[in-house]
Design a binder for this molecule. Structure first.
Ligand SMILES: NC(=O)c1ccc[n+]([C@@H]2O[C@H](COP(=O)([O-])OP(=O)(O)OC[C@H]3O[C@@H](n4cnc5c(N)ncnc54)[C@H](OP(=O)(O)O)[C@@H]3O)[C@@H](O)[C@H]2O)c1
Length: 266
């Protein structure tokens, strides 16, 4: 039986991915910082719940080592994370440090625990949920985008390091998925209009962002397609912008996107 280890499985993309892989006959080690949130995941066949707060380095060591000792893990999904959105000059140092502890350092230290296993095994995949903000700089994402670009940098570097060992390294890239995506800091001061324009553009006439089930299917594809591909947009919102950005390049895209942000009337 194939096995995936997921961080941040208590909600959103991590939770739906847990359900999707379990339904495809995989064993899922669903980790979360608050075990009380496991709910119906506990009743699913072949789902094992383990505690993991990715800011707790001792717990990272314990949980990853326990899971690796008990199961032959095929796929790691680094998914735990959250965002803060605010004009850059208004983001407190403490919020930036907290964000990096989770999104950057947590992801890095979990990944380090798994690398020797995958190298020895000479197969498997390390998937990391980065963000469209890891690819495209968006206003009020100065800290979040930097954290997600750090994850993306780790992914792209590891791709080369682990290629000779037959280990795939891929980025799962959401752009707008309907989840409990947490923004403990969401400050619009002075940027209310462009934030509204950005949201309108991302929604593209839809009332809501796509469900996390859409992302779960793409994660499964990335884990099983055998393709030599790094980036996987996981929702239709991301796919559209990602493709525009790739075809235009930064300098043309910035003109196009500035037009949308500053000239579209709401
Ligand atoms: N939704 C989007 O549009 C979007 C866009 C770009 C990137 N992403 C990325 O997608 C990933 C999943 O987010 P989501 O959208 O599914 O939001 P979500 O529903 O809030 O899920 C985030 C998960 O991360 C967990 N988490 C947060 N801090 C943690 C910590 N210190 N240790 C362990 N787990 C922690 C949360 O646990 P609790 O339930 O305990 O809080 C939750 O399980 C994140 O990395 C996020 O940055 C999402």
């Amino acid at each position: 039986m194939k096995t995936i280890f997921i961080t941040g499985a208590s909600s959103g993309i991590g939770r739906e991915t847990t359900k999707y892989f379990a339904a495809q006959g995989w064993r899922v080690i669903a980790t979360m910082r608050n075990l009380k949130k496991a709910g119906d995941l506990e009743t699913l066949p072949n789902v094992t719940i383990m505690p993991l707060d990715v800011t707790d380095t001792e717990q990272i060591r314990q949980t990853c080592r326990k899971a690796l000792a008990e199961y032959d893990i095929d796929v790691l999904l680094n998914n735990a994370g959250y965002g803060i959105m605010a004009p850059f000059e208004r983001i407190p140092e403490s919020e930036i440090r907290k964000l990096f502890e989770t999104d950057v350092f947590g992801t890095m230290f979990v990944t380090q625990e798994f690398i020797p296993h995958f190298k020895a095994r000479r197969s498997g995949a390390i998937l990391t949920t980065t963000s469209l903000a890891a690819i495209i700089g968006l206003p009020r994402d100065g800290a979040y985008g930097a954290a997600k670009r750090a994850q993306q940098g780790m992914v792209e570097s590891l791709y080369y390091e682990l290629k000779p060992f037959g280990v795939a390294v891929k980025a799962m890239i959401p752009g707008g998925t309907k989840t409990n995506f947490q923004t403990p800091l969401n400050d619009l001061t002075g940027y209310e209009k462009i934030a509204a324009n950005q949201r309108k553009y991302l929604l593209a006439g839809n009332a809501e962002f796509p469900e996390a089930t859409e992302a779960a299917k793409i994660v499964f594809e990335a884990a099983t397609d055998g393709k030599d591909q790094i980036n996987y947009p996981t929702d239709s919102v991301c796919k559209k912008l990602y493709e525009q950005y790739q075809s235009m390049g930064l300098e043309s895209f910035k003109i196009y996107f500035s037009g949308l942000l500053y000239e579209v009337t709401t």
